[in-house]
Write a protein that binds this ligand. Structure first.
Ligand SMILES: C[S@@+](CC[C@H](N)C(=O)[O-])C[C@H]1O[C@@H](n2cnc3c(N)ncnc32)[C@H](O)[C@@H]1O
Length: 282
């Protein structure tokens, strides 16, 4: 990946000291322009993302960047990407997760006593925990669930949040009340903490998808969704090959709904549910 693009968008860097003049007005305007709610984000997170765009547009402070945003319509999309780089939620795209739970996991567990899933680019953990919840709901005596999901991300800060497994109510909006009660504990400050039976199913580790397959291979399912917005064409192709290498025979590859497989590499997979961007290894 092009370093110039990556460095500013990942949040390991500390927020540099800069005057906050104009910041509240900028945030308010950004919410209106992009029609996104930023109130549930940490202030530092928003500042880091804005700073990355300020760097790229050579704006020296929030006031100058606000002016740039107003006068350069193409900046809105770039800012949206910068702000939503870690965005995720439980049961994101319900049609995909319903199919995975009802059909794919069932098929695999019909043949084997366990399953191996890799959630690559897992962000704050909602995706791998969703798989864990779906699997737990299918579990029968004799099925092994401990540590069956490997969840990786390049962003060490976001992995801390994933490991903690504590979420605001709005992250759970696609889960049923029943699922929330069974799989989360309410914390004294009104948040929701993933219960140990779900946590124990997921192993988080730091991993850069540009650097090859992580420790294990022979996964039954690789879910690598909404990760490639900053990847160039070659990097997207390399990623498809890497997913292919990491899967076992007839393994499933789940992409993001707006992601696509380039013609050069599509012969590595056959469509399974192409409209939901689910493929099977050939
Ligand atoms: C938008 S989130 C997607 C989260 C989840 N997969 C989903 O679809 O809801 C994208 C995640 O990909 C991670 N990511 C981006 N480039 C990566 C790379 N080279 N290696 C590993 N993770 C990466 C980011 O840190 C971010 O957490």
């Amino acid at each position: 990946m092009d370093k110039k693009t990556v460095i500013p968008v990942f949040p390991q860097i500390n927020v540099p000291k800069i005057s906050e003049k104009g910041l509240p007005e900028l945030i308010q305007d950004v919410q209106k322009r992009l029609n996104i709610q930023l109130t549930s984000y940490k202030q530092d997170y928003i500042k880091r993302r804005l700073l990355s765009r300020m760097n790229s547009t050579r704006s020296k402070d929030f006031v100058e960047y606000h002016q740039y945003l107003k006068t350069h319509p193409e900046e809105e999309e770039k800012l949206r990407n910068a702000l939503t780089i870690n965005v995720t939620k439980f049961h994101r795209d319900p049609d995909v997760f319903n199919l995975v739970g009802k059909e794919i996991f069932n098929t695999i567990l019909h043949e084997k006593k366990t399953i191996k899933i890799w959630s690559a680019g897992c962000s704050s953990g909602e995706e791998p925990y969703t798989y864990a919840i779906l699997l737990h709901e299918l579990s029968k005596p004799g099925i092994i669930l401990n540590g069956v999901i490997t969840a990786t991300d390049i962003d060490e800060e976001i992995l801390k949040k994933a490991k903690a497994g504590v979420y605001d109510k709005n992250a759970l909006e696609n889960l049923s009340e029943n699922q929330i009660t069974r799989h989360f504990d309410k914390t004294p400050d009104g948040k929701f903490s993933v219960k140990p039976h779900i946590k124990n199913m997921v192993r988080f580790q730091s991993h850069d998808l540009m650097k090859g397959v992580p420790v294990a291979r022979m996964f039954d399912v690789v879910s690598c969704r909404n990760v490639t917005i900053y990847f160039n064409e070659q990097q997207k192709k390399d990623l498809v090959k890497l997913v292919h290498d990491s899967l076992g025979k007839e393994g499933y590859y789940i992409m993001g709904m707006s992601e696509y497989m380039s013609k050069d590499v599509e012969s590595l997979f056959k469509p399974y549910k192409p409209l939901l961007k689910i493929f099977k290894k050939i």
